[in-house]
Design a protein around this ligand. Structure first.
Ligand SMILES: [Zn+2]
Length: 202
């Protein structure tokens, strides 16, 4: 079964930063990854007093826009033409929005992102993946690696996979930066199988 993954840059984030992560994802998954054109930061969830957006409404508004967002580029393995004639990029099994806007959920200071399992979409904020957020020197390579690992996590969850108990799996629980840093950029064998066969698809 093919696995169609879409990545969408949101707001002022540098599209080349998102593309670099998409290329890496395509290599890890051995699948083509579709990049959509940059879309503006949605109004939904805006909380000017906190300088953040509420993750749930933010993701819901983006999800509604997804079918209309034009394809910018397809990176990685180019998929064979679909015999039904549907353009490969028109549909997605999972989509991830990547923004530099800081997100939070009620009762939190901030979150790395949010997942809508029913719609197979997720959002990641790179704000808390960047060293300067913690008053440390910028490290773009580290930030990109974190983005790739978090993308593997949210893609799995968006496809309906549960968290994994294997610490050496991208689907191991992710609540803090050390959780992300200690994980490898890959799934364990069992999550890989579920991910690529769609065994957990809802
Ligand atoms: Zn696993």
């Amino acid at each position: 079964m093919d696995l169609r993954i879409t990545i969408v840059p949101v707001g002022k984030i540098d599209p080349s930063e998102v593309e670099a992560a998409a290329v890496r994802l395509a290599r890890i998954l051995n699948k083509a990854v579709t990049l959509r054109q940059v879309t503006p930061v949605p109004k939904a969830g805006d909380d000017p007093a906190r300088g953040q957006h509420v993750a749930g409404p933010f993701l819901a508004e983006l999800r509604g826009q997804l079918p209309r967002l034009p394809v910018a580029k397809i990176v990685g393995t180019v998929a064979a033409p679909d015999p039904t004639g549907t353009p490969a990029a028109a549909t997605a099994d999972a989509a991830v929005f990547v923004t530099d806007v800081d997100l939070y959920k009620p009762q939190t200071d901030g979150v790395f992102g949010d997942i809508d399992t029913a719609s197979h979409v997720a959002v990641i904020s790179v704000r808390r993946l960047r060293e300067p957020f913690y008053r440390r020197k910028a490290d773009p390579v580290k930030a990109r690696t974190r983005l790739v690992k978090l993308a593997l996590y949210v893609l799995g969850r968006a496809r309906g996979l549960p968290e994994c108990t294997d610490r050496a799996c991208a689907l191991f629980t992710t609540t803090s930066l050390p959780d992300i840093d200690m994980k490898p950029e890959k799934y364990c064998a069992s999550c890989w199988r579920r991910m690529t066969t769609g065994a957990y698809r809802i």
